[in-house]
Design a protein. Structure first.
Length: 512
């Protein structure tokens, strides 16, 4: 199996018939180079339709597909300098032997042992459909576009490639800073701005290195568009057309010429199976969908923990209050997991004859007791969740006792290969070293408040106080090997858990 391949194709509409035959042949990257021998004037090609038709037919899931723009934008004898070395070259039946050899000669970065492979499309889809529009096909020296560009997908690649085809000199790309993105779904999983800038820049220079690229962070919807007089055209998706109108209004007020606007249609998501994806995903191809599909997967590799025995394999399950930990535990139990609930153990330790009882009464006074001398946890909670020092005092009593109880149960359950420990205090108590891996559940702050008000009969301030006393979602994610979000339907949560459970069984069954 090759790591990187190049497909030489005569027609974007033929790609659909060729690509399925390559699915098992590549590990990492597929470049596509169009050698449109039947087209005498490439300027007649409408860039939007060219890119949409090319990318929408490329349905790889784990391969980075990149359509090169040399044959579409320049003369066909331009040197082809891909960032990644080509291991295998595929070509269709419209490419003659001399044309194949000619393209191969233009490749400046190919493996020493590269090979060529002939691919016959399953059906001849005919010649390219040239769409002409004199206004749309005009080329501009200075083009601009903007976006989040989180985990570059086909939609991003269409926008960027269309911009390259429309530009003759300078292309500016604004990448939204994280400060603008906190209303987005699972924003905590959005890649850092510097990573997204680097990925956009690398993609552009890979598909067409000739232009001058300026990829920069933006902190509002306008970026440099409202004060740079050199910009002539802006590329937008259909859903952001209103933003283009706002930009032009501001440019007019600032004495600048309005930008020509070129909208690009959104691509619909091609979902293979309802069993794999949540119904709550967007219909369009989007970074939000990609982030949702990270839930239940291994976000960071497992580090070998020499502090604990290899078996039983101990997984810590944690997350903020009302984040759905118990619902996750319950479903894991249905799947066959053995669960230790540290929170329940903590409640038991409050009993009159238990180790924590007298220590808590001595620390917080008899006013926290009920008429039958039981600890009133609601009274105790009102004290500690409004005073950080008091909370720390209680934690110093409870945490060592809870962990000691958890370890004693694990010791008595060695017949189980995998044991889950549900513990809300896992991170704050610094228990990470007691687990082979850590699973985390998160929900947005506003949803946590809403759940607490209903579940615990708390007011808004009380809910915020309890949430703020715990780690933030970002802190939880930083410690997570596997992440869940219970914001959506039970079915969506179950999909995440089954994904994680099956992956865990595979990991544990592999020899270390």
């Amino acid at each position: 199996m090759a790591k990187t391949g190049l497909l030489i194709c005569s027609n974007p509409f033929r790609v659909l018939r060729i690509v399925p035959q390559l699915q098992c042949d590549l590990l990492s990257t597929l470049y596509v180079h169009f050698f449109p021998t039947s087209i005498s004037d490439k300027k007649n090609i409408e860039p939007r339709f060219m890119m949409i038709d090319a990318y929408k037919n490329l349905n790889y899931t784990n391969v980075d597909v990149r359509v090169l723009l040399y044959g579409l934008k320049d003369t066909l004898d331009s040197r082809i300098a891909t960032k990644r070395p080509i291991d295998v070259i595929f070509y269709d039946d419209h490419i003659q032997t001399e044309q194949l050899n000619f393209v191969v000669s233009l490749l400046s970065n190919k493996s020493s042992n590269y090979k060529t492979v002939f691919i016959h499309p399953t059906e001849d889809t005919g010649s390219i459909d040239i769409k002409q529009n004199s206004q749309c096909n005009k080329i501009y020296e200075n083009v601009v576009l903007g976006g989040t560009f989180d985990r570059l997908h086909k939609g991003h690649k269409i926008l960027l490639s269309t911009a390259v085809l429309k530009c003759s000199k300078n292309l500016t790309v604004g990448v939204t800073d994280i400060s603008m993105l906190k209303s987005k779904k699972l924003w905590e999983l959005i890649e850092p701005c510097e990573t997204r800038i680097k990925n956009v820049e690398e993609f552009l220079k890979d598909i067409y290195p000739t232009l001058e690229y300026n990829v920069l962070p933006i902190y509002d919807i306008y970026g440099p568009t409202v004060h740079d007089s050199t910009f002539q055209m802006i590329i937008l998706s259909d859903e952001t057309l209103h933003g283009g109108e706002l930009i032009n209004n501001k440019r007019t007020k600032n004495g600048l010429k309005p930008l020509h606007i070129l909208p690009v249609a959104l691509l619909k998501e091609d979902k293979i199976s309802n069993n794999l994806y949540c119904k709550e995903e967007e219909e369009k191809i989007s970074s939000s969908n990609y982030r949702m599909r990270l839930l239940g997967t291994l976000l960071k590799p497992i580090q070998i923990n020499k502090n604990i025995p290899e078996f039983p394999y101990i997984v810590g399950l944690t997350g903020g209050i009302a984040s759905g930990k118990s619902s996750i535990s319950n479903y894991l139990k249905e799947l066959g997991a053995f669960i230790i609930n540290a929170d329940i153990l903590a409640h038991e330790l409050y009993g009159i004859n238990c180790p924590a009882y007298q220590l808590i009464v001595d620390s917080f006074g008899s006013n926290i007791l009920t008429l039958d001398n039981q600890i009133d946890r609601q009274k105790l909670g009102a004290i500690v969740f409004s005073d950080q020092d008091k909370l720390n005092q209680l934690n110093q009593i409870m945490w060592p006792l809870i962990l000691q109880k958890v370890k004693s149960i694990i010791e008595s359950k060695k017949e189980f290969k995998i044991i889950f420990v549900e513990a809300a205090v896992l991170l704050t108590a610094n228990w990470q070293s007691n687990f082979h891996e850590i699973w985390v559940s998160i929900i947005p702050l506003d949803e946590a408040v809403k759940r607490l008000k209903v579940r615990n009969n708390l007011n808004e301030k009380e809910s915020f106080d309890r949430i703020k006393s715990q780690p933030s979602n970002m802190e939880y994610i930083e410690n997570a090997n596997v992440l869940f979000c219970t914001l959506w339907s039970f079915n969506c949560t179950h999909i995440q858990i089954k994904r994680a459970w099956n992956s865990l069984l595979t990991r544990v069954s592999k020899p270390q």
